[in-house]
Design a protein around this ligand. Structure first.
Ligand code: ZN
Length: 454
């Protein structure tokens, strides 16, 4: 007993040390955050719509809440008529709020909820989202929806050097506004056509006639060339939403047979969620994905791949495990792969892959709002595991600049926090911590995406 007491009292001085170091860590974080705010961000992934489209449309609080935050409200139970009212811009504001509010109470503390609250507070100056502040929030959003908004938010307030834009809404390549963006292009539609109607769309898009595999490849090559022509800096793939991302090596004749069966239209296609596991034309898809990787290799273009969590409400998370991709890392050593979203929840797998494959990078785009704390833990682990030149620290992954700003704020705070932890545990010097911050948020992604910036 007396030993126990001695141990207890003996530990008091030992306890004092962590408290002291917690204080020091906070100060370090504050200092680091100040320095990190000065780093211009390379935003590795964005869906920000052209400013002209944005300022000519009606935007209100529920528009902003409609990107990501709404999915947590749906997960909390918002559904049916209430969800339709929230999404209806013509419904009365008070009625929309009434439907939104009960579920917002459960969703406001998640990463998506935090980002929405930061955007409303910092950009629109209102620190409480409520039924009584909503009219003023909407008045301010409407008043700010003018040309110049992107310059104000993306450059002046967020200090974003440029964003890699995934403009999935453009089937044909369109050069984005070079003041804010560089272009990522998707070729998934050439990998996974499911019907002859899909194939006809590809013909119309590329002016290439597709009667067999050679034609489909020529169509993909044409689109790839056109994309290079508008300054594409990276390929992007989001097939994890549609299927498991293991792409087997499939001989041409099997892919051809698969495409011919598709063109004949004699297969019944799986409906709804089943289409994400039953792939009637899988040999074709696998073969075409390898063809796409070959094009990326030949042209020195990196490849961004969606791994981990899916947006929306419901998917097969195991389809998106980064370890499904391992054969590609072996087969295409020249291709620089960028694994998205810290592969959440497969962050350890992603770190293990990026640790050993020189051509694999790991990207925290979307991560700081999926879960701010998971992103901190993952970054802490990555910095101990993966060479620091291969970690990308921020990608907003939003449609609206206000939310990209909010995500950037959370990302800078997270990076500062993790670097303060590294500093206080003695694993790097102050100078090294600052250098790491610069690499994560700017230099590493810039080395991959900045070289063709026009
Ligand atoms: Zn995205």
């Amino acid at each position: 007993m007396s030993m126990g007491r001695r141990t207890f009292f003996g530990s008091v001085s030992a306890l004092a040390a962590p408290q002291e170091s917690a204080g020091t860590e906070r100060e370090l974080k504050t200092e680091l955050l100040q320095a990190i705010e000065g780093i211009p961000l390379v935003n590795t992934h964005a869906h920000i719509i052209p400013e002209g489209d944005r300022t000519s449309s009606r935007i209100d609080f529920f528009t902003l809440a409609g990107h990501y935050a709404i999915n947590d409200l749906i997960s909390a139970g918002l559904s049916g008529g209430d969800l339709a009212v929230v999404r209806n811009p013509d419904a009365p504001q008070a009625r929309r709020w009434q439907a939104f509010e009960p579920f917002w109470q459960s969703a406001r503390l998640t990463g998506y909820g935090q980002a929405l609250r930061i955007a409303i507070e910092d950009i629109y100056g209102i620190d409480r989202i409520s039924g009584s502040t909503l009219p003023e929030i909407n008045r301010r959003i409407e008043a700010a929806n003018r040309p110049g908004l992107y310059e104000e938010i993306l450059i002046r307030r967020s200090n974003i050097a440029y964003s890699v834009l995934d403009d999935y809404w453009n089937a044909a390549p369109v050069r984005p506004d070079s003041k804010f963006f560089v272009s990522a292009r998707k070729f998934d539609r050439f990998v996974t056509p499911q019907s002859s109607a899909d194939v006809h769309k590809l013909e119309a898009l590329t002016d290439v006639s597709i009667t067999g595999l050679a034609g489909l490849k020529r169509a993909m090559e044409t689109s790839f060339e056109q994309s290079l022509g508008i300054g594409m800096v990276t390929v992007k793939s989001t097939l994890a939403y549609n299927r498991e991302i293991h792409y087997a090596e499939v001989p041409e004749r099997d892919a051809e047979a698969s495409l011919q069966s598709l063109l004949r239209g004699n297969r019944t296609l799986p409906a709804g969620f089943r289409s994400r596991v039953e792939r009637p034309f899988r040999p074709l898809e696998d073969h075409m994905f390898h063809h796409l990787m070959g094009l990326a290799a030949a042209n020195g273009v990196p490849v961004q791949i969606h791994t981990g969590l899916h947006a929306g409400n419901g998917n097969f998370i195991e389809n998106s495990k980064p370890t499904h991709l391992t054969n590609l890392f072996f087969l295409f050593p020249q291709v620089q792969f960028d694994l998205f979203h810290m592969s959440y929840p497969y962050t350890g797998e992603a770190s293990a892959i990026a640790k050993v494959f020189p051509n694999v990078h790991i990207d925290l785009c979307w991560a700081h709002i999926i879960s701010p704390s998971a992103a901190r833990r993952a970054l802490h682990e990555m910095l101990d595991t993966v060479p620091s030149n291969k970690i990308f620290g921020y990608g907003g992954d939003y449609r609206y600049p206000e939310l990209s700003y909010a995500h950037a704020k959370i990302a800078r705070r997270n990076v500062a926090q993790v670097l303060a932890e590294k500093l206080s545990e003695g694993s790097c010097s102050e100078e090294e911590a600052l250098q790491l911050g610069r690499k994560l948020l700017h230099d590493n992604p810039d080395a991959l995406f900045g070289k063709n910036r026009g």
